[in-house]
Design a protein around this ligand. Structure first.
Ligand SMILES: NC(=O)c1ccc[n+]([C@@H]2O[C@H](COP(=O)([O-])OP(=O)(O)OC[C@H]3O[C@@H](n4cnc5c(N)ncnc54)[C@H](O)[C@@H]3O)[C@@H](O)[C@H]2O)c1
Length: 253
């Protein structure tokens, strides 16, 4: 387990109400950061924030919908103003927008609406939050971490548009790294399988344990393990930018 002294720092985690986003909120807050959770309005964001506050962590809910560009930007600005600045932005929010796997052979299901929704949630959301966060991060010499997926490298995820969105986020990570350098570093983590206890992804993961047996490390990753990688890329990694690191139990090995 790695640790860092994040006392006095300010963080926004998108998708922080559940799954590995919530694990990341917890990790940064335990290290001393004030953390704003940017996630959908509903019971989950408030319950997640309240649970961590009860544990003595400095966390607050910033309800939003990152599919709405204006709202996404305003949420980030409001949260940063509330904290008097921003040091770290972790873009974890994502969604498959389908309850079952959509095979790549099924082009008919890949409607215009589906493509637009997938790209908005899984790719453009990270641009929107990064855009709004950029002035604050430049000021603090901060960092951005995006969350991509193994399916962004060679396909085979929940749907072709999802894979394309995650592949786009790998490239967006490089472009933002160039665009915000030298003040802001921008990197990404690429998860493989997330342990079901650390994910509310609405797909059936009945086979997750079977699939992960073939990984070199033979198991899915926990939220804590993904959060640690986000912590390293945010608070350490001072000479690393534009990179996506595989946190995947050896899937890419
Ligand atoms: N679960 C996996 O096996 C897996 C594998 C590879 C990559 N990932 C990626 O990891 C990230 C986290 O996944 P997870 O498993 O923790 O899932 P999760 O569903 O538990 O968490 C995703 C969070 O994003 C939020 N979100 C979705 N749409 C949003 C919107 N429009 N505005 C604001 N917030 C929104 C959700 O409310 C949720 O809290 C995602 O980006 C996902 O694509 C997951």
């Amino acid at each position: 387990m790695i640790s860092a002294d994040l006392s006095g720092s300010r963080t926004i985690v998108s998708g922080g109400a559940s799954g590995l986003g919530l694990a990341t909120v917890r990790k940064f807050a335990e290290m001393g950061s004030t953390v704003g959770i940017a996630d959908l309005e509903g019971d989950r964001i408030h319950e997640s924030a309240a649970g961590l506050v009860e544990e003595g962590l400095d966390v607050f809910a910033a309800p939003t919908d990152l599919r709405d560009g204006d709202l996404a930007r305003q949420t980030v600005r409001d949260a940063a103003e509330r904290m008097d600045g921003l040091d770290y932005l972790v873009n974890i929010a994502g969604h498959p927008v389908t309850l079952t796997i959509m095979p790549a052979t099924d082009l008919d299901s890949q409607t215009e609406e589906f493509w637009a929704e997938i790209l908005s949630v899984n790719l453009l959301s990270a641009f929107r939050t990064s855009h709004a966060a950029a002035p604050y991060l430049k000021e603090s010499k901060g960092a951005i971490v995006n969350c991509v997926s193994m399916s962004g490298w060679r396909g085979g995820g929940s749907s072709s548009p999802y894979c394309v969105a995650k592949g786009g986020l790998i490239t967006l990570t490089k472009e933002l790294a160039r665009g915000l350098a030298p003040d802001v570093r921008v990197n990404a983590i690429s998860p493989s399988y997330v342990h079901p206890d650390s994910s509310n992804f609405p797909l059936k993961w009945d086979t997750v344990f079977e699939d992960t047996k073939s990984l070199p490390l033979g198991r899915p990753g926990t939220g804590e393990e993904y959060a640690e990688a986000c912590l390293f890329l945010s608070a350490g990694a001072s000479y690393i930018t534009g990179q996506t690191i595989h946190v995947d139990g050896g899937w890419s090995a």
